[in-house]
Structure formats: structure tokens, C-alpha cells
Design a protein around this ligand. Structure first.
Ligand SMILES: Cc1ncc(COP(=O)(O)O)c(C=O)c1O
Length: 398
């Protein structure tokens, strides 16, 4: 890594750390010896101030019940003011132990069994699980893919929002897995449709800090007061600073009535208290992790360029969908193998790489793979070499 303070090329062995990504492979994929490029966490150490703050807290030695102090809220409020010009108020925050739990709770708080929830597939698969495991049903407003780029289908959304069961929309912004950072106009039109039809918008903005150079981001709730009053925003430091195991997220609900409804469900189902280490880590990250994040974003950009170049030179039949945000890259392998089961076998059995298979994102995901590039470049290179070798062998044996 260039002249930065942080060395993102450093290899840190994650074996033996209860890492879902590295240590649970046999259980999840049936093989132990895979290079893991799947679940969305990074193979980089957190910013040094975070590690220092956690060490100091560990040294204290007493780990009793914890609460969130003003300094925690201020670290987030200042981050949003500085980086997004969004003035958050402390009373808008509701703590939950993660964005997926937050979405489950929102479904329970604001919809009833049998109701429909709109999503834009292919999309982050836990959205489907949250909707269906709570006895609601998915209404798909499929994204349009053309000229190597995804767009929202707003005409279709107008129809879906009018469906009698439709009550809620889960907006993935930036979008996982296709990497779009939606522009203000698209979000504005989406919100107008939802507001006209009384569809509550759950804006999952967990990836908003991770954007490629020159790409700006609009927080959904900042578009207008009406948008703020008819939405809840899910945020967390977990993707930005690689703190997913801390299990903490912030749900922002400016509308008092909605917040009360949400808090009632939180109280009735879980009444969570924050993990002792989580608040310490988040506060240090937002207050002192900004330079780390800027260096990380440069490194991710270089990894993206590396991936594109590598595939262009070695597997030109494979097409990378250029992401505007996230460290998850959506790659079209359908010219190699369009059958999702055979493509999965090729990646697992032959390439020995664990990826998130396109089909799990449903609705247009078949034939794609989602590759997590948040790792030292040598790991990325090894994965790409293994994939290339396996594909060439596969083609020879067809
Ligand atoms: C869009 C999106 N939402 C939520 C999450 C997970 O959030 P949490 O770990 O806070 O439940 C992820 C993780 O990959 C994600 O991509």
C-alpha cells in the first residue's frame, strides 16, 4: 500500500477466531478448503483507535450491563453532519443488535401477516427471509439490467405499490449485490410513489460510507420532510469499519408515532441492551476512524481495478457490473455456465472458492456470482487464479 498509515496488504490469519466467513465453511458449503469471498465482512483489521479503545475496555476487567451514552450518539450525529449534512436528533435513534434484526422488527411493527413487502430483486437475500419468516409475502419490483447497468423499474413500482396487500418497501441503498448508489432523482421518484400509496419505506443504508471516487450519496430521509416522516433508516458502523461481530446498529425514525410503534415491538420481543464492547468500538470508529476509511476506499478502488483487469485479460467472457458502492462485486458468469447449480459446483468443487451464488438473490440472479473484494490483494489474486484455472478446465472437458 502506498504512503498511507494503514497496511491493507497485511495478511491476518482468521482461522480459529469463530469467523463465519473463514471457519464455518464445512458447515455452510460442505468443504473446508475454500478461499472465502462470500459474506460481507472484510479481511482487514479495524482502525487502530478502535483496537486501542477496545483494549482499554478489556483491561478494565468488569463487563456488566451497558447503556449508550451521549458520547456514543454524538459520534454518530457528528459523522452524519460532517459527511452527509444530515442533522440527526438523539431522540430519533433506536438501538438494535443489527440491521437484519431491525428489518425483522420493522416488518412486525408496521405490517400484518399476509401483507406484501416490496423489494427490488436481485437483492440481499435476508430481505426475503425476513419477509417470509414473518408470514408476509414478497412483492418484487425487479431491477432492469441493460447496457451493463441496473436501473430501477419505476413504472412497475407504480403498479406494485397499488397492489392491495402492499404496505412496505425495503429499499437497499446502496444496493447489495448490484452495487448501484441510487441518485437523488431515482430516490425522489420512488418515494413519491410510496408516499402516494401509503407504503412505508425502510431504507437500509448500511453500505452508504463505502462508495467509489466521485459517487455521491443521498440519504433517503433527507429528500423532504414528507420522506423523513414516512420512512425509517437503518444504519450501522459494521460495514464501514469492519465491526459486524459487534452486533450493533442504529435505526433512525424521525416520525414520533412510528418510533413509538417500533419501540413497542422492540420492548415486546427482545429489549436488547448493547454489548459492552460494541458502543466503545463504534464511538472510536466514528470519532477517529475517518482517515482509515479514506485509505480503505482507495484500496478497495485498486482492488476493483485489479479484478476488472484480471478478468478482462484472463476470462473475457465474464462481465463485471461496475459498482458505484460496496465492496461486493456482481459478476456475470452466464456465458461460462448459465445453470446456477452447475455454476455453483464449478466454484465450490473445482475453483475451491466460496462466493455468494447469484441465484440466492433471486429475480435475475442466476448465472451471476457476488465476489467480496475486501481482502488483501494477494488473496483476491489467488481466488481469481483459482477461478480462471477451474473455468478453463471446465471448458476443456465440456
Ligand atoms: C444491505 C445489507 N443490510 C444488512 C446487512 C447486515 O446487517 P447486520 O449485520 O447489521 O444485521 C448487510 C450485510 O451484508 C447488508 O448487505
Amino acid at each position: 500500500m502506498g504512503a498511507g498509515k494503514y497496511d491493507f496488504d497485511e495478511l491476518t490469519d482468521r482461522k480459529g477466531t469463530n469467523s463465519v466467513k473463514w471457519n464455518d465453511l464445512k458447515n455452510r458449503f460442505g468443504h473446508e478448503d475454500l478461499l472465502p469471498m462470500w459474506v460481507a465482512d472484510m479481511d482487514f483489521k479495524a482502525p487502530k483507535p478502535v483496537i486501542d479503545a477496545l483494549n482499554a475496555r478489556v483491561e478494565h476487567g468488569i463487563y456488566g450491563y451497558s447503556y449508550l451514552e451521549d458520547s456514543y450518539y454524538n459520534s454518530i450525529i457528528n459523522w452524519y453532519k460532517r459527511r452527509y449534512h444530515w442533522e440527526l436528533k438523539k431522540e430519533w435513534f433506536v438501538f438494535t443488535p443489527g440491521v437484519v434484526p431491525a428489518i425483522n422488527l420493522a416488518i412486525r411493527a408496521f405490517t400484518r401477516p399476509g401483507d406484501g413487502v416490496i423489494v427490488q430483486g436481485p437483492v440481499y437475500y435476508p430481505f426475503y427471509a425476513s419477509i417470509e419468516s414473518n408470514g408476509r409475502h414478497v412483492i418484487n419490483n425487479p431491477l432492469i439490467f441493460g447496457n451493463d447497468r441496473y436501473e430501477m423499474n419505476l413504472e412497475d413500482l407504480e403498479k406494485k405499490a397499488r397492489e392491495p396487500t402492499a404496505q412496505m418497501m425495503i429499499l437497499c441503498s446502496p444496493h447489495n449485490p448490484i452495487g448501484r448508489v441510487w441518485d437523488r432523482e431515482e430516490l425522489k421518484r420512488l418515494g413519491e410513489i410510496c408516499n402516494e400509496n401509503n407504503i412505508l419505506v425502510i431504507a437500509d443504508e448500511i453500505h452508504s460510507d463505502l462508495r467509489y471516487p466521485g459517487i455521491s450519496f443521498t440519504n433517503y430521509a433527507t429528500i423532504s420532510e414528507e420522506f423523513a416522516q414516512n420512512s425509517i433508516t437503518c444504519t450501522a458502523a459494521s460495514k464501514t469499519f469492519n465491526l459486524a461481530g459487534m452486533q450493533i446498529s442504529n435505526v433512525i425514525i424521525p416520525n414520533r408515532k412510528l418510533r413509538q410503534q417500533y419501540e413497542n415491538i422492540v420492548e415486546a420481543t427482545s429489549s436488547p441492551m448493547p454489548n459492552t464492547f460494541a458502543a466503545v468500538a463504534v464511538e472510536a470508529a466514528y470519532n477517529e476512524g475517518e482517515d482509515w476509511l479514506e485509505e480503505l476506499r482507495e484500496y478497495l478502488k485498486e482492488n476493483l481495478e485489479f479484478l476488472k483487469r484480471y478478468l478482462h485479460e484472463n476470462l473475457p467472457e465474464v462481465k463485471v457490473v461496475e459498482p458505484q458502492g460496496t465492496y461486493l462485486v456482481w459478476v456475470d458468469f452466464s456465458k461460462i455456465e448459465s445453470d446456477p447449480a452447475r455454476l455453483e459446483k464449478l466454484m465450490l468443487n473445482d475453483a475451491k472458492v466460496a462466493l455468494d451464488e447469484g441465484y440466492i438473490f433471486r429475480n435475475g440472479g442466476d448465472g451471476f456470482e457476488r465476489i467480496n473484494i475486501a481482502c488483501p490483494r494477494t488473496i483476491l489474486e489467488k481466488a481469481l487464479e483459482q477461478i480462471t484455472r477451474a473455468v478453463r478446465n471446465y471448458q476443456r472437458n465440456l
